[in-house]
Design a protein around this ligand. Structure first.
Ligand SMILES: Nc1nc2c(ncn2[C@@H]2O[C@H](COP(=O)(O)OP(=O)(O)OP(=O)(O)O)[C@@H](O)[C@H]2O)c(=O)[nH]1
Ligand SMILES: [Mg+2]
Length: 187
């Protein structure tokens, strides 16, 4: 079984905590780790939730610590708030400054359940992801829609990067419009 740490970044109120809570399996005793069967192989995933104001944090020590923990990142904005969408660029900048260009990450537009209140179109989200060179996923922590895709896609990327021992997997989520279908089943 491989073990990965995924950090959630993004503005306050975008749903990072809600996504983390939704991703965890409440039947697992240690609720801070999620067991996920990705492409027929078990992974243990630790999700590191951060507060929205983390990038305005003045202490370089705290910033360094935060980025040293995460191996992959989800940049989360709210589909209902243009401000959070525009602020993603700052989170991206700080992430790349601390982790380098090769860091595995995904752009997440959350709150997809409230279609009528959207401020950001799917095209805009996909365009930003394309400019970053990462996949784009629209999720809902409320309904659970595509939440697993966020984490499973990153696990695949991490495995593909070869940082963990064992067999490598073919990456399937590269590009701004990654596959829509789930390739595995939640336990
Ligand atoms: N409709 C809807 N509401 C959501 C969704 N995800 C989160 N929310 C709501 O949005 C609010 C903020 O969610 P949080 O998970 O606390 O946001 P956060 O990103 O952790 O915020 P900070 O910890 O302040 O950085 C809460 O009221 C959630 O219930 C979603 O997918 N759909
Ligand atoms: Mg939170």
């Amino acid at each position: 079984m491989d073990y990965w740490r995924i950090t959630l970044l993004g503005d306050g109120g975008t749903g990072k905590t809600a996504l983390a809570v939704r991703a965890y399996d409440p039947t697992i005793e240690d609720s801070w780790r999620k067991q996920a069967k990705v492409d027929n192989r078990m992974s243990l995933v630790e999700i590191i939730d951060t507060a929205g104001q983390v990038i305005t944090e003045k202490s370089p020590t705290i910033i360094r610590l935060l980025f040293s923990q995460g191996q992959a990142f989800a940049l989360v904005f709210s589909l209902l708030s243009r401000t959070t969408f525009e602020r993603i660029k700052s989170f991206h900048q700080v992430m790349v400054r601390n982790k380098g260009q090769a860091v595995p990450f995904v752009l997440v537009g959350n709150k997809s359940d409230r279609i009528e209140e959207r401020e950001i179109t799917e095209e805009e989200g996909a365009e930003l992801a394309m400019s970053f060179g990462c996949p784009y996923i629209e999720s809902s922590a409320r309904t659970g829609n595509r939440v697993d895709d966020v984490f499973y896609g990153l696990v695949r990327k991490l495995r593909f990067g070869g940082e963990s021992k064992g067999q490598k997997h073919v990456e399937t989520t590269r590009g701004s419009r990654q596959h829509k279908s789930r390739s595995c089943i939640v336990m």
